[in-house]
Design a protein around this ligand. Structure first.
Ligand SMILES: [Zn+2]
Length: 278
């Protein structure tokens, strides 16, 4: 098992990940990473897709059909499975992630920082302003990594999505926010590579030219997946889209734990897992 870091850049569409993230694309160009085009599940909304990413189930199964469904997940998420397998879990994420896997509804004052090894997310730092700076959120995630040494670390910044809603996807501000994120990741990822982590960088959904997402448009649905680590054969796997439902079982496989019975089991090209999923 390699320790795994999953970064979900909220609201980053595929073409802007390709055009505005020079460091991430450098890793692909120099054959240090595999790169995929992922088609998000529907609806292309945040809370439903957090649940898709972490449980590998579509919303007609998991019931998280809208951003307004505020309740705990009824599925076994990667956090649940990892924690039950004796692995250490941590997350620096938007408060909806706490509402899905920790407790709901979120209490701003009691739930912002959570340390409890009986919960699926054993060490959590959760924010509740969409403008909470990505720089601070990445620093929160790195703090959790350095202090608690989690096997599974989930990092989820919101500023790209927030900027897309304010200025649309076709704006200097939106592309600039992606550039800024790329520069910040360039400060962290080299160290993580050196320490042998598996790293996934992806998004829940994209953003359209109206500053919205939720529908079926390409800009809303298509997101990227950058995968780093010894089990991935570097290269571009972008001719066909990878279904987003594949991500949860991929995370389980990286952690050498069995996926839940309900998780989609979809092969990921270029991935040479050390063992087959049941
Ligand atoms: Zn959004």
């Amino acid at each position: 098992m390699s320790k795994t870091i999953v970064i979900v850049l909220d609201g980053l569409r595929y073409d802007v990940m390709v055009s505005s993230m020079g460091y991430l694309n450098h890793l692909v160009e120099k054959e240090r990473a595999a790169f995929y085009k992922v088609e998000s599940e529907l609806p292309s909304l945040s809370r439903p897709l957090y649940e898709v990413l972490l449980t590998g189930t579509p919303c007609f199964v998991n019931g998280i059909t809208s951003n307004q469904v505020v309740r705990l997940s009824r599925q076994q998420s990667v956090f649940h499975l990892a924690s039950k397998a004796g692995l250490k879990t941590a997350a620096a994420a938007y408060y909806w992630v706490s509402e899905l896997y920790q407790k709901a509804p979120f209490d701003y004052f009691a739930d912002r920082i959570q340390h409890d090894e009986t919960y699926p997310i054993q060490h959590g730092m959760f924010y509740f302003e969409d403008s909470y700076p990505d720089s601070h959120l990445l620093a929160d995630g790195e703090y959790l990594r350095r202090v608690y040494d989690p096997d599974f670390l989930y990092i989820h910044p919101m500023n790209i999505d927030d900027t897309g809603h304010k200025f649309t996807a076709d704006s200097a501000a939106y592309r600039g926010q992606a550039l800024k994120m790329d520069s910040m990741l360039a400060l962290l990822i080299p160290q993580w590579i050196e320490e042998g982590y598996h790293i996934l960088v992806t998004s829940d959904h994209g953003m359209n030219e109206d500053g919205q997402h939720g529908g079926t448009g390409e800009g809303e649905r298509n997101v990227g997946l950058l995968a780093i680590g010894s089990r991935f054969t570097p290269g571009r796997y972008t001719d066909e889209s990878l279904p987003q439902l594949a991500l949860a079982s991929l995370m389980c496989n990286l952690l050498d734990i069995s996926p839940s019975a309900d998780m989609a089991n979809i092969p990921v090209p270029g991935y040479t897992g050390l063992r087959n999923l049941p």
